[in-house]
Structures are given as C-alpha cells and as structure tokens.
Design a protein around this ligand. Sequence first.
Ligand code: HEC
Ligand code: HEC
Length: 387
Amino acid sequence: MILVLGRKQVVRVDGARFNMMLRLLRFSPWVGLVVACLVGCRNAVDSGGEYPIGAELAQVPAGLKKQILHVLEERFGSLDAPRFELPDPEHAAELGWKERVAADRLTHGMSVYRRYCAGCHGVAGDGAGPASPYLLPKPRDYRRGVFKFTSTPYGSKPRRQDLIRTVRYGAKGTAMPDFKFLPAEDLQPLVDYVIMLSIRGELESLLARVAADYGEEDTIEPEVIWEQADLLRAAWDNAALQLVLPVTPRPAYTDESIALGRQAFLENECFKCHGRDGRGQTAWLDPRFVRRQMELPESQREPLNYDAWGQIAPAADLTAGMLHGGRRPIDVYRRIYSGINGTPMPGFAQKFADQPETIWHLVHFVLSLTEGRTFSEATSDEPQAGG
Ligand code: HEC
Ligand code: HEC
C-alpha cells in the first residue's frame, strides 16, 4: 500500500514502516486528517449507494435478511438518500413519534460527513474508512451504539451535547481532530446524521439477533420490529435526562487534595492498569515492546485488555498531557465516576458512594499528572498487592 502525503512525499507502508506510520498517525492527528481527506473523499464518491452488511446480518438466512434490509430501507432510506424515520407510520401517533429529522437537513449532514469524517469513520459509519488501518485507537464504529466520552452513566447513550463536544474539540492524543471551524448550520445536521448512522447500525444488529431465533421460512412480526426500534429510541431519548452531576462540590485544587488523590490512586487499583507513575500500558503501542512480549510465554506477558471493538485498549497514559476525553475537571470526574463505555476502564460510582470527595481528589491527582508534576515518591511506599 502506498500513501501519498502532499505532492512529493511517498510513503511505502510495509512491515516496520507500517509500525512507524501507526505511531506517526497516533501522535499527529493532522497527518491522520490529511490521509483521511486524501483517501476519504475518493471513497465518499464511490459509496455505491448501499449500506455494507454488518457481520451479524451476514449470518442471517436470505429471506429474513431481505426482510430486515427492507425495514431498514423504509426507515433510513439508502446510503445516498438518507431518511430518519423510526416509527411505523401506522403506529407513530399511538407511540407519540414523529419524523425525527427532515430529509433535507439529513442530506446536508451527509454531505458534511462525507467531506470531513468518512475518510476515517467510513461512509456508512462502520469505522472502516480508508485511513482506519493506520490508526490506533480506531475511528469509532458508530453502528455498535457505544460511545466513550459521555456525560451519562456507564452503559448509557451519549447526550447530543456530548457528540457535539467531541466533534468540536476532538479527542486529544488520538487521530480524532477538532472541528472548531464548523458553523452550527453544519454541525447540528452532521450530528443528526451520525446519530442516524448509529441507530440504523444498531437496529440492524438487534434485528439480526432476533432473527437468529427464527426458522428460515419465518418472517419477523412488525410488533417485534417496533419493539426493538422503540428500545433504541428510548435509550437515546433517556440519555438526555441522565446527566451525571457531581454529588459534592469540587474542593480546592490544593497539594493536600492531590496527595489524597494519589493515595486513593494507589489504594484503589488504579495503579494496576495505569501504573504507579500513571504512565499506563502505552508501552504496548511500541512495536519493540510488543515483539519482546511476544517472545515470552503467555503467562509471563504484561496484561493487556481489549475493547468492545476488538482492538487492544492499553490503559491511558495520564502523564501524556493529553486526556482523550477532555481536560476539564468535570470531564475527568465523569471518566472516573462512570468509567469509559466499551473499554476496560471501570466506573467507580459505587466504590466511592459513601466518600464522593475522593473522586475529586482523584481528579486533582490525574490533572496534576497531566500537567507534568512528577511524584518521585510514588514508587517508594508501595501498598500491599490488592490493597
Ligand atoms: C483522522 C481520522 C478522523 C476523522 C477525520 C474524524 N474522526 Fe472521529 N474519531 C477518530 C478516532 C480515532 C476516534 C476514536 C477516539 C477514541 O477512541 O479515543 C474517533 C471518535 C469519534 C467519535 C466517538 C466519540 C465517543 O464518545 O466515543 C465521534 C462521535 C466522532 N469521532 C465523530 C466524528 C465526526 C462527526 C467527524 C467529522 C466531522 C470525525 N469524527 C472525523 C478519528 C477521526
Ligand atoms: C482495569 C484497568 C483499569 C483500572 C483499574 C483503571 N483504569 Fe483508568 N483507564 C483504563 C483504560 C483502558 C483507559 C483508556 C480507555 C480508552 O480506551 O479510552 C482508562 C482511562 C482513564 C482515564 C481517561 C483518560 C483520558 O485520556 O481521558 C482516566 C482519567 C482514568 N482512566 C483514571 C483512572 C482512575 C483514577 C482509576 C482508579 C480509581 C482507574 N482509571 C482505574 C483502565 C483502567
């Protein structure tokens, strides 16, 4: 594979070069964006007009598959002529639904999406845009309906505002760029379009899972289809009401608070994933480290976790100066309180239910690491394992 960067530079991507590329893209979002635009725009033009069929639907017998595709087309149109109309017209009034987004607004969102996003996230939002193989973390596959940077409790959908924030400010330290330049007239329809791609994709896999219990000659009853669609609608609508607000006000950002945070970090297993120094498992992104690990028998390798999308998910390097989910204290609070959907990062809401201030102390400790304060003593008073 050859990538053309700018007019003169040609990078041949193979073996070691590939690894270099991967690291380059990881640390230089702009390079990712350039690659995405170069390869992406071309891809957007040949979308072929049809949604690619997801892995789950591919397993469904032909008759049922046809039925599901028909339902999806009725509700969401085709790839080039999108609609966003969840309810069955006959039952819309009964369920209190209306057409969610006008077609021309959606078409506008689609054109913005194809220009700026499809190169990474894929024309159909499956995360498989042409730049995707060179990126880690991978561009989000919206069809799973799982989003990391939310202001809602663990397992919930994002609020619309969360998606707007991600698009506006990007995810620092990943290839996801910021799109501060997009005016609201583009941003709002764009977000509608992303939500549509997500709901369409998730409905496809929900229906494919339902179909797994049916015989080849059966058809899925309309009631069952509305039920699944309604579940999704409710999940997205409920997210709007589930904003996570801190239980206690934020204490002052003092050395004392940072020290308490550091103590909690060492006492609550944060260090098991993020390391005592907060550097996380990012060594796994270094090809030499990976090679050395692979030479060891499996039982002796450093632990490594995977995310919901099947990719390696090393614990974040909190000292890197770039928090993917935002560096406002409230962002870090929510990452710790709710955990991060689809990743090994657990939520600590339960754990600190009777000492809510501790979450703020942890936030302060994390911020102090991000700001580059070092804690040489962090390794000297090791607590007992599991302590
Ligand atoms: C250069 C590649 C690239 C481009 C271009 C790009 N993204 Fe992303 N995007 C990513 C990556 C990588 C992630 C995953 C970040 C992570 O997992 O931490 C991501 C994540 C996301 C997420 C998920 C956030 C969450 O909470 O999980 C959304 C939504 C998103 N992008 C929307 C967009 C939109 C809309 C556009 C176009 C305006 C766009 N992206 C353009 C690479 C890109
Ligand atoms: C089981 C392993 C694990 C444990 C335990 C854990 N984390 Fe994490 N943490 C992760 C992973 C993995 C990520 C990166 C998620 C992703 O892919 O974006 C993460 C991300 C984070 C982030 C977000 C960083 C960013 O870039 O925005 C913060 C903050 C954080 N962890 C703090 C903590 C704190 C504080 C604790 C203890 C109370 C803790 N973590 C415990 C695995 C863990």
